[in-house]
Design a protein around this ligand. Structure first.
Ligand SMILES: Cc1ncc(C[n+]2csc(CCO)c2C)c(N)n1
Length: 198
């Protein structure tokens, strides 16, 4: 299958948001319709939404959907699987021949989140070195980094964390044929003592 267009491969994220509110359907539907998704291929079903396109737009859209819900102060969980180079994926040319300027940069709010991410560099050799290098790199990106079982915990502002995750994903995918990264986020949790909005 054709995985590339020009010299960029198609990336994607399959994700769910879970707003902890009685009217969760409205939170989900509003966020999906109000965020600008014109630069990604998008499909929603009862389990997840999948967005596919250039790396920068996949991260821009997923971050914007999370922020759109979190800015209302509702407690929301996000779970996403980012992937690039999947042998089964194919390129949607319309979404690769777009400019790199982001469609949702205007969401200029500070939102504290706690997060855990796991990186899976596939098809390369020294996968643990790649992972350790990227965890170390994360420590230079202005977010709090702590070890966790099977993942690495990140705490900080949503923009800083998503920027860090995008850089980790981008650098890893340049080194191995197939990269998968899972990300779990909790925003506005009653467990959070620190909140950058206050
Ligand atoms: C990002 C995202 N996409 C899809 C779902 C699945 N889902 C659960 S309730 C609902 C609205 C009613 O159809 C949908 C689409 C989700 N949770 N988060």
């Amino acid at each position: 299958m054709n995985q590339s267009c020009g010299n960029q491969r198609i990336a994607g994220c399959s994700f769910s948001v879970h707003p902890m509110a009685d009217d969760f359907v409205k939170y989900i539907k509003d966020s999906l319709s109000e965020v600008d998704t014109t630069k990604v291929w998008m499909q929603t079903d009862d389990v997840t939404t999948t967005v596919r396109g250039k790396i920068e737009h996949v991260f821009d859209v997923t971050k914007a959907i999370l922020l759109h819900i979190a800015k209302t102060d509702v407690h929301v969980a996000f779970q996403g699987t980012f992937s690039i180079g999947c042998p089964g994926d194919f390129s949607g040319d319309a979404y690769m021949n777009v400019s790199s300027n982001l469609m949702n940069e205007g969401l200029d709010i500070r939102q504290y989140i706690a997060s855990k991410f796991s990186l899976y560099p596939l098809g390369g050799g020294e996968y643990m070195n790649t992972i350790y290098k990227q965890i170390d790199a994360m420590k230079e990106k202005g977010v709090h980094v702590a070890p966790a079982h099977y993942s690495t915990r990140l705490e900080g502002d949503t923009h800083d964390i998503f920027k860090g995750l995008e850089e980790v994903f981008r650098e890893t995918q340049a080194q191995v044929p197939h990269t998968v990264m899972t990300v779990t986020v909790s925003a506005n949790s009653p467990s959070h003592k620190e909140d950058l909005n206050e």
